[in-house]
Design a protein around this ligand. Structure first.
Ligand code: CA
Length: 232
Protein backbone atom coordinates (compact mmCIF):
# COMPACT_ATOMS: atom_id res chain seq x y z
CA UNK A 1 0.00 0.00 0.00
CA UNK A 2 1.19 3.49 -0.82
CA UNK A 3 2.49 5.62 2.03
CA UNK A 4 0.34 8.67 2.71
CA UNK A 5 2.13 11.99 3.16
CA UNK A 6 0.54 15.17 4.50
CA UNK A 7 2.11 18.43 3.31
CA UNK A 8 1.38 21.41 5.56
CA UNK A 9 2.61 24.37 3.53
CA UNK A 10 1.03 27.73 2.72
CA UNK A 11 3.02 28.27 -0.48
CA UNK A 12 0.53 26.53 -2.73
CA UNK A 13 2.68 26.37 -5.86
CA UNK A 14 5.54 24.82 -3.90
CA UNK A 15 3.24 22.31 -2.23
CA UNK A 16 1.65 21.35 -5.55
CA UNK A 17 5.07 20.81 -7.07
CA UNK A 18 6.10 18.58 -4.18
CA UNK A 19 2.78 16.73 -4.32
CA UNK A 20 3.08 16.08 -8.05
CA UNK A 21 6.59 14.71 -7.68
CA UNK A 22 5.76 12.56 -4.65
CA UNK A 23 2.79 11.08 -6.48
CA UNK A 24 5.17 10.16 -9.31
CA UNK A 25 7.27 8.40 -6.65
CA UNK A 26 4.25 6.37 -5.58
CA UNK A 27 3.12 8.29 -2.50
CA UNK A 28 -0.46 9.30 -1.71
CA UNK A 29 -0.45 13.00 -0.89
CA UNK A 30 -2.70 15.28 1.14
CA UNK A 31 -2.12 19.04 1.33
CA UNK A 32 -3.27 21.62 3.89
CA UNK A 33 -2.31 25.30 3.98
CA UNK A 34 -2.66 26.30 7.65
CA UNK A 35 -1.22 25.20 10.96
CA UNK A 36 -4.67 24.78 12.49
CA UNK A 37 -5.86 22.45 9.72
CA UNK A 38 -2.57 20.55 9.82
CA UNK A 39 -2.73 20.01 13.56
CA UNK A 40 -6.33 18.81 13.38
CA UNK A 41 -5.56 16.36 10.57
CA UNK A 42 -2.43 14.98 12.26
CA UNK A 43 -4.28 14.45 15.54
CA UNK A 44 -7.34 12.75 14.06
CA UNK A 45 -5.52 10.73 11.39
CA UNK A 46 -5.17 7.76 13.77
CA UNK A 47 -2.40 6.05 11.84
CA UNK A 48 -3.73 7.04 8.40
CA UNK A 49 -0.73 9.31 7.81
CA UNK A 50 2.69 7.76 7.31
CA UNK A 51 4.66 11.00 7.26
CA UNK A 52 4.17 14.77 7.58
CA UNK A 53 6.10 17.48 5.74
CA UNK A 54 5.66 20.52 7.98
CA UNK A 55 6.56 24.05 6.95
CA UNK A 56 7.64 26.25 9.86
CA UNK A 57 6.34 29.61 8.69
CA UNK A 58 2.58 29.22 8.37
CA UNK A 59 -0.33 31.61 8.74
CA UNK A 60 -2.09 31.29 12.09
CA UNK A 61 -0.21 28.91 14.35
CA UNK A 62 3.28 28.18 13.09
CA UNK A 63 4.96 24.86 12.45
CA UNK A 64 6.73 24.85 15.82
CA UNK A 65 3.40 25.11 17.63
CA UNK A 66 1.86 22.35 15.52
CA UNK A 67 4.84 20.11 16.23
CA UNK A 68 4.82 20.85 19.94
CA UNK A 69 1.08 20.22 20.27
CA UNK A 70 0.95 16.96 18.35
CA UNK A 71 3.98 15.52 20.16
CA UNK A 72 2.53 16.62 23.51
CA UNK A 73 -0.64 14.75 22.53
CA UNK A 74 1.43 11.56 22.13
CA UNK A 75 1.43 11.52 18.32
CA UNK A 76 4.50 9.69 16.92
CA UNK A 77 3.85 10.16 13.20
CA UNK A 78 7.19 10.91 11.50
CA UNK A 79 7.56 14.66 10.85
CA UNK A 80 10.08 16.30 8.51
CA UNK A 81 10.40 20.08 8.74
CA UNK A 82 10.63 22.31 5.68
CA UNK A 83 12.98 25.11 6.70
CA UNK A 84 14.50 28.14 5.02
CA UNK A 85 18.19 28.44 4.27
CA UNK A 86 20.38 29.63 7.14
CA UNK A 87 17.86 28.83 9.85
CA UNK A 88 20.03 26.46 11.86
CA UNK A 89 18.47 27.78 15.04
CA UNK A 90 15.06 26.76 13.74
CA UNK A 91 16.36 23.30 12.89
CA UNK A 92 17.69 22.82 16.41
CA UNK A 93 14.47 24.07 17.99
CA UNK A 94 12.38 21.86 15.71
CA UNK A 95 14.39 18.79 16.65
CA UNK A 96 14.06 19.69 20.33
CA UNK A 97 10.32 19.66 19.83
CA UNK A 98 10.41 16.16 18.35
CA UNK A 99 10.76 16.51 14.59
CA UNK A 100 12.50 13.54 12.93
CA UNK A 101 14.44 15.40 10.26
CA UNK A 102 14.45 18.52 8.09
CA UNK A 103 15.06 19.65 4.53
CA UNK A 104 16.18 23.16 3.66
CA UNK A 105 14.43 25.10 0.89
CA UNK A 106 15.12 25.12 -1.95
CA UNK A 107 15.53 21.35 -2.14
CA UNK A 108 15.44 18.87 -5.00
CA UNK A 109 12.83 16.15 -5.10
CA UNK A 110 15.65 13.64 -4.94
CA UNK A 111 16.92 15.12 -1.66
CA UNK A 112 13.44 15.22 -0.18
CA UNK A 113 12.56 11.66 -1.15
CA UNK A 114 15.89 10.41 0.24
CA UNK A 115 15.16 12.03 3.62
CA UNK A 116 11.60 10.71 3.56
CA UNK A 117 12.68 7.17 2.80
CA UNK A 118 15.32 7.32 5.55
CA UNK A 119 12.69 8.40 8.10
CA UNK A 120 10.16 5.85 6.86
CA UNK A 121 12.77 3.09 7.15
CA UNK A 122 13.28 3.83 10.81
CA UNK A 123 9.64 4.40 11.70
CA UNK A 124 7.87 2.01 14.02
CA UNK A 125 7.26 -1.17 12.09
CA UNK A 126 9.35 0.02 9.15
CA UNK A 127 12.54 -1.82 9.98
CA UNK A 128 13.44 -5.01 8.21
CA UNK A 129 14.35 -8.19 10.05
CA UNK A 130 12.84 -10.33 12.74
CA UNK A 131 10.84 -8.87 15.60
CA UNK A 132 13.11 -8.37 18.58
CA UNK A 133 12.05 -9.35 22.07
CA UNK A 134 10.89 -7.00 24.78
CA UNK A 135 13.87 -5.71 26.77
CA UNK A 136 13.87 -5.05 30.51
CA UNK A 137 15.51 -1.74 31.39
CA UNK A 138 15.19 -0.54 34.98
CA UNK A 139 11.51 -0.50 35.86
CA UNK A 140 10.51 -0.15 32.22
CA UNK A 141 10.23 -2.52 29.29
CA UNK A 142 11.35 -1.51 25.81
CA UNK A 143 9.04 -3.26 23.37
CA UNK A 144 10.67 -2.83 19.95
CA UNK A 145 7.95 -4.77 18.19
CA UNK A 146 5.28 -2.38 19.44
CA UNK A 147 7.71 0.56 19.23
CA UNK A 148 6.88 1.56 22.76
CA UNK A 149 8.19 1.82 26.28
CA UNK A 150 5.96 0.27 28.95
CA UNK A 151 6.29 1.63 32.46
CA UNK A 152 3.95 1.70 35.46
CA UNK A 153 1.10 0.33 33.38
CA UNK A 154 1.41 3.10 30.80
CA UNK A 155 2.44 2.72 27.16
CA UNK A 156 4.67 5.47 25.77
CA UNK A 157 4.94 5.25 21.99
CA UNK A 158 8.34 6.02 20.46
CA UNK A 159 8.97 8.30 17.50
CA UNK A 160 11.01 6.96 14.59
CA UNK A 161 14.05 8.89 15.78
CA UNK A 162 13.74 7.72 19.38
CA UNK A 163 13.44 4.15 18.13
CA UNK A 164 16.53 4.50 15.96
CA UNK A 165 18.59 5.84 18.87
CA UNK A 166 17.47 2.96 21.09
CA UNK A 167 18.33 0.49 18.32
CA UNK A 168 21.88 1.91 18.24
CA UNK A 169 22.18 1.58 22.02
CA UNK A 170 20.98 -2.03 21.78
CA UNK A 171 23.46 -3.12 19.11
CA UNK A 172 24.93 -4.74 21.10
CA UNK A 173 23.05 -4.09 24.36
CA UNK A 174 25.00 -2.02 26.87
CA UNK A 175 27.41 -0.57 24.31
CA UNK A 176 28.52 3.04 24.89
CA UNK A 177 27.53 5.11 21.85
CA UNK A 178 28.99 8.58 21.28
CA UNK A 179 26.90 11.61 20.38
CA UNK A 180 28.72 11.92 17.07
CA UNK A 181 28.03 8.30 16.20
CA UNK A 182 24.34 8.84 16.93
CA UNK A 183 24.32 11.97 14.74
CA UNK A 184 26.05 10.17 11.90
CA UNK A 185 24.05 6.96 12.07
CA UNK A 186 20.61 8.47 12.59
CA UNK A 187 20.77 11.56 10.39
CA UNK A 188 23.85 11.15 8.24
CA UNK A 189 27.30 12.63 8.48
CA UNK A 190 27.61 16.38 8.80
CA UNK A 191 23.89 17.14 8.50
CA UNK A 192 23.52 18.61 11.95
CA UNK A 193 24.74 21.82 13.47
CA UNK A 194 25.10 20.48 17.00
CA UNK A 195 25.29 17.36 19.11
CA UNK A 196 22.73 19.13 21.30
CA UNK A 197 20.23 17.58 18.92
CA UNK A 198 21.16 14.16 20.25
CA UNK A 199 20.89 15.31 23.87
CA UNK A 200 17.40 16.61 23.22
CA UNK A 201 16.20 13.34 21.74
CA UNK A 202 17.80 11.45 24.62
CA UNK A 203 15.92 13.73 27.03
CA UNK A 204 12.68 12.83 25.28
CA UNK A 205 13.43 9.10 25.56
CA UNK A 206 14.25 9.53 29.26
CA UNK A 207 10.85 11.10 29.91
CA UNK A 208 9.30 7.86 28.68
CA UNK A 209 11.84 5.45 30.15
CA UNK A 210 12.88 6.85 33.51
CA UNK A 211 10.94 7.26 36.75
CA UNK A 212 13.01 10.40 37.40
CA UNK A 213 14.32 11.72 34.05
CA UNK A 214 16.57 14.18 35.93
CA UNK A 215 18.35 11.26 37.65
CA UNK A 216 18.52 8.65 34.90
CA UNK A 217 19.37 5.10 35.89
CA UNK A 218 18.49 3.28 32.65
CA UNK A 219 19.70 5.54 29.83
CA UNK A 220 22.83 6.90 31.44
CA UNK A 221 25.36 9.51 30.35
CA UNK A 222 28.95 8.27 30.13
CA UNK A 223 30.75 11.55 30.71
CA UNK A 224 32.98 12.65 27.88
CA UNK A 225 31.92 9.66 25.78
CA UNK A 226 28.20 9.36 25.15
CA UNK A 227 25.27 7.26 26.27
CA UNK A 228 24.62 3.71 27.43
CA UNK A 229 21.56 1.64 28.31
CA UNK A 230 21.68 -0.22 31.58
CA UNK A 231 19.68 -3.37 31.04
CA UNK A 232 18.01 -5.74 33.46
CA1 CA B 1 5.45 29.11 4.65
Amino acid sequence: MADTVLIVEDEVALAQGIAFNLEQEGFRVEHLVSGEAGEARILDAAGALDLVLLDLMLPGIDGFTVLQRVRAAGCVTPIILLTARGEDVDVIRGLELGADDYVTKPFSVGQLVARMRAVLRRRPGGAAGSAPPAIRCGDATIDLERCAILRDGATHLLTATELEILNLLLDPPGKVVSRNEILDRVWGQGRYPSTRTVDNHVARIRKKLERDPAQPTALVTVHGVGYRLVLG
